[in-house]
Design a protein around this ligand. Structure first.
Ligand code: ADP
Ligand code: MG
Length: 709
């Protein structure tokens, strides 16, 4: 038998070049194998046939359309009728059984449907999801079959396949996908070749790939379905882990680390004379972890997670001082100009009087200034460079860069980080800091064996931010409480959403909000900040707010990351429903930085989806960034986690779910590690299949992203 990945879907009955092209474009399915790995997104029980009376009963109890299940009915179709004109055209018909009738409706392929189902005496099995429309029920674009017969004659649990609008237009609906898969399985009489060695199959108690693929599409029983899912999830996570761990091992072996052997003058002088407050226990622990790591002979690749306001900047600075004490330069890279500038100012102040030359280098650093700075960075005179992406341009050369701190890394691309490595003969140590806590399962998958440090303690005296959710209509009360804070001398942020596609409208919203705010609070000064402003203007506006010259800051999410104004005590977020959980948490982190009670106010319209309500409820319930990140992962899925997309980390997980399959992931990881410990290059004969699979998967670019992280 030819290999399944060599057989094109065009060789299936009923699939011509056009359908094949659509499948490739829409769901990247080209070969028989691709098709077999296109799994159902849900399963339904097709053994039960409802009566129309029964579903009218269910509809009576349904809270909304989404709570209506997919159902099957058996009956006849009559009374076709066309309505409307042009794009509003639709076709309706009555579907009738012994207990009543229900309306069917189509918006596309009207002629075809009317012709196909023209005979009023034919009995059909209807499959679809009823919608409640006023007081009536209807089913849009139902699937209709003349007999209830499926693959191998089995009736029962059946898979549903995701299809896009374009696919539906090409007659590639769920049922069509299923028929293609049926054909493939029927034509594959020999066993589908195994992709895991027998030893692993035994160790993890898996069913064979052949059984798994057949049952994932056509489950023989709920138990077989569960086993099939387990096997396929395991396989997916196992190869992901095998790949990550192998690359990590290689990196560890190949790359020697710079050694920071001593803690010297700079660090000690700072610690005993400049530190404005006692470090928290967690800060001390993390500094120690970094010190040890930087003297281990390995290149440090450490992820520092600490909730907003936990004092990561200080940890970064102290790590840089250790680098300096060992004769190296340090660099701190921030995602925005505002943040880079702020770091520069904070750090200059903290180091005031110490003989350390610091430079700020961003996209808006003037040419003349750049020309003055670059040679001094190259000859090592400047010890610490703070900046944005501008830092990693090729024109910036260092004398001996020893440590790079990347703040709020989720804003940085993986490729950009890789460029940093090349700034020194021996790559510098890298400390990546983030306030978006990455859930454990995700960290394991994304970062492999990178070390993780966690600041799990806030500086003393902080009061947790109080978060409330309120509606636009209650603005009156809202402004009164905001005014109270202003009267006590506190400052206020008001944030508007900014989404790329609707940028123009959003800027208008922001400006309108700015004008309105000035009217409501005429006795106060108001600043405005958005991404489209010139960097110099942004800085100036930010400075006015930092210095207290303005009391209210109306802004987009440009202030989301890192900005530190301890006197600000209110974060008011407009259209909060448009923000993701992690983003809301970041924004909330801008307040509660001083000792005073701070508030976060989430303003939304009244009508909200269930999912959004859940998100907002989590925000009002907890300040725990880790819990929020976990919930975010559950509600949105990993592809959506803030930043993973920007960082170029694409998960192509087809079946495993990082939020729910942590246990399988751990098992897969343990087994992968065991194998690599014994055979890091996968050269043993019993590992030949693994090596072969890895090469195949990497060639498909499914895992390619990892190679550059
Ligand atoms: P983040 O972790 O969000 O980057 P920052 O480094 O901006 O937090 O610190 C937040 C605030 O806490 C700053 O005003 C900083 O000066 C203050 N801070 C940091 N460490 C301590 C500490 N150990 N004790 C008291 N305040 C601290
Ligand atoms: Mg910070």
């Amino acid at each position: 038998m030819q290999e399944l990945n060599q057989l094109h879907i065009m060789y299936l009955q009923g699939v011509g070049p056009k359908k094949a092209e659509t499948l490739q474009k829409e769901i990247q399915v080209v070969s028989w194998e691709d098709m077999l790995y296109y799994f159902p997104y849900k399963y339904i029980d097709r053994s039960k046939i409802f009566t129309i009376k029964e579903i009218q009963g269910i509809a009576g109890h349904a809270r909304n359309d989404n709570s209506m299940p997919y159902i099957q009915l058996k009956g006849k179709i009559s009374r076709f009728q066309l309505h409307g004109e042009g794009r509003a055209r639709r076709l309706t018909a009555q579907f009738t059984d012994d207990t009543g009738s229900i309306e069917l409706v189509w918006f596309q392929m009207l002629k075809y449907i009317q012709n196909t189902y023209a005979n009023p005496d034919t009995e059909y099995i209807l499959f679809g999801k009823p919608t409640v429309f006023g007081h009536r029920l209807n089913v849009a674009h139902p699937e209709l079959e003349t007999e209830n017969k499926f693959y191998d004659g089995q009736v029962g649990t059946q898979g549903l396949y995701n299809t896009t609008e374009r696919m539906k237009n090409a007659f590639l609906h769920s049922r069509a996908i299923q028929k293609m898969i049926t054909q493939i399985l029927e034509n594959t009489k020999t066993l589908i070749p195994e992709t895991l060695p027998q030893a692993i199959i035994d160790q993890a108690h898996l069913i064979s790939l052949d059984a798994a693929l057949r049952n994932i599409h056509f489950p023989q029983s709920p138990e077989m379905l569960r086993q099939a899912q387990y096997r396929l999830k395991f396989e997916e996570l196992f190869y992901l882990q095998l790949n990550i761990l192998q690359v990590t091992k290689y990196r560890e072996k190949r790359i020697n680390g710079l050694r920071f052997t001593q803690v010297g003058e700079h660090f000690n002088h700072f610690y005993y004379n400049h530190l404005p407050f006692e470090l928290t226990g967690a800060q001390k622990r993390v500094v120690k972890e970094i010190r040890q790591d930087a003297n281990s002979g390995r290149q440090m690749n450490r992820l520092l997670q600490g909730d907003v306001g936990s004092g990561k900047t200080l940890v970064a600075l102290m790590s840089v001082l250790i680098a300096l004490d060992n004769g190296f330069q340090g660099a701190i890279m921030a995602p925005t100009e505002i943040l880079a500038t702020q770091h520069y100012e904070t750090i200059s102040e903290l180091l005031a009087g110490m003989p350390i030359e610091i430079a700020l280098l961003t996209g808006s650093t003037k040419k003349k200034k750049r020309e003055e700075l670059l040679p001094k960075i190259k000859n090592g005179e400047i010890k610490l460079v703070i900046g944005t992406h501008a830092l990693i341009e090729d024109t910036v050369e260092f004398a001996n860069l020893g440590l790079v701190v990347v703040d709020e890394q989720h804003r940085f691309g993986v490729a950009q980080r890789a460029r940093l490595w090349k700034k020194n003969m021996t790559p510098p140590h890298v400390l990546v800091m983030t306030a978006t806590p990455i859930p454990r399962t995700l960290a394991m998958t994304v970062y492999g064996d990178l070390d993780v440090s966690i600041i799990d303690e806030l500086p003393p005296g902080r009061k947790p931010v109080k978060t409330v959710h309120t509606y636009e209509k209650k603005r009156g009360d809202l402004y009164n409480s905001v005014r109270k804070q202003l009267q006590e001398g506190r400052q206020v942020y008001i944030v508007y959403p900014l989404i790329e596609e609707s940028e123009k409208v959003d800027i208008q919203d922001l400006i309108a909000g700015f004008e309105k705010t000035k009217q409501i609070f005429p006795e106060y000064q108001v600043s405005m900040l958005h991404g489209k402003m010139k960097p110099a203007d942004k800085d100036a506006e930010m400075q006015r707010f930092v210095s207290g010259e303005t009391q209210i800051m109306v802004a987009t999410t440009v202030i989301e990351v890192g900005v530190n104004v301890p006197n600000a005590s209110v974060m008011l977020i407009e259209n909060a429903e448009r923000f993701g959980l992690s983003q809301l948490h970041q924004l909330r982190g801008r307040v509660g930085r001083g000792a005073d009670q701070s508030f976060c106010i989430l303003v939304t319209k009244y009508e909200l989806s269930e999912n959004t309500r859940k998100r907002l409820a989590i925000m009002t319930e907890t300040n725990d960034g880790f819990r929020i990140a976990e919930e975010d992962l559950k509600l949105r899925g990993p592809g959506d986690i803030d930043g993973t997309q920007q960082s170029g980390i694409a998960f192509n997980l087809k079946i495993a779910n990082l939020a729910h399959d942590g246990q399988i992931l751990t098992l897969a990881r343990d087994i992968a590690r065991e194998i690599l410990d014994a055979d890091p290059q996968l050269v043993y004969p019993q590992n030949a299949l693994l090596a072969h699979q890895l090469i195949r998967l990497n060639k498909d670019k499914q895992m390619g992203w990892f190679m550059i992280s």
